[in-house]
Design a protein around this ligand. Structure first.
Ligand SMILES: [Zn+2]
Length: 253
């Protein structure tokens, strides 16, 4: 989204395409160190992290692409799958749209998942097709990957209600400053201060939330919107209102 938040020091020019306010609130010269720090509070470095070394070795071993990217398939988890399921929700795997895998040298491993945060991307989306949404995913990934390990969100829902895999779930996301550990990022495409979520999105979103809640045993107390964790207009007033509603009316529990 692109409208300013009171009291913040936005640098619009530094915002990657597809970035929402969490990104805009980070000064460009400190670009996202809190999001993708490879040492800091984790107390590890690429050299020290056995996990990271293993991931990098795997990535190097796969000539022509990473296990998360477009050209290599793997039987493990969702990697390499064109589509897969989270519960009953069909997810379009990143093999279907991403030109590159994550930069594992900048990624942190996801810890035990205990929360979900809902976002919008703050870009108007009047119409949608599979190919438009795929291009948008790649555009967001490219923007985020210029500063971060990869697209910041784990799942994205397009205007027609398709669910797209973003950052692989075994990697920590970059979507809420200071609240990224253990947190699944779900982004709904659109600008929900200016447009309402579509019917398809309002069908897909609670289905995905419920599937993730079931998989990771998260109650509605662990389901947040971005603005509930930090000052931002994300996910826009219309989606915020909806999110407040579904936690009150029992649609998600
Ligand atoms: Zn957000």
């Amino acid at each position: 989204m692109y409208e300013p938040v009171p009291g913040s020091k936005h640098q619009y020019t530094s915002v990657p395409q597809g970035a929402d306010v969490s990104d805009q609130m980070i000064p460009p010269n400190t670009a996202h160190a809190p999001e993708e720090s490879i040492s800091g509070k984790w107390g590890w470095t690429p050299e020290k992290s056995k996990w990271r070394q293993q991931q990098l070795a795997k990535q190097r071993a796969k000539a022509g692409g990473s296990s998360y990217g477009t050209s290599v398939s793997s039987s493990a988890t969702s990697r390499g799958a064109k589509t897969y399921y989270v519960g009953h929700v069909k997810v379009i795997g990143r093999k279907s749209w991403a030109r590159k895998g994550p930069n594992l040298a900048r990624a942190n491993k996801m810890g035990r998942i205990n929360k979900i945060t809902v976002h919008h991307d703050g870009i108007l989306m009047p119409k949608c097709s599979y190919s438009i949404a795929a291009k948008r995913m790649e555009s967001i990934r490219g923007g985020h990957a210029s500063s971060w390990a990869d697209i910041g969100y784990h799942y994205c829902i397009d205007r027609d209600g398709r669910v797209w895999e973003g950052r692989p779930i075994d990697l920590q996301g970059a979507h809420v400053k200071k609240h990224n550990p253990n947190n699944v990022g779900v982004m709904v495409m659109g600008h929900f201060n200016k447009q309402s979520p579509s019917k398809q999105q309002l069908r897909a979103l609670p289905q995905l939330l419920k599937a993730l809640q079931g998989k990771y045993r998260i109650s509605k107390k662990g389901v947040f919107t971005h603005q509930e964790l930090m000052p931002t207009a994300c996910p826009g007033k219309y989606l915020q209102r909806y999110m407040v509603g579904i936690r009150k009316n029992g649609m998600i529990v």
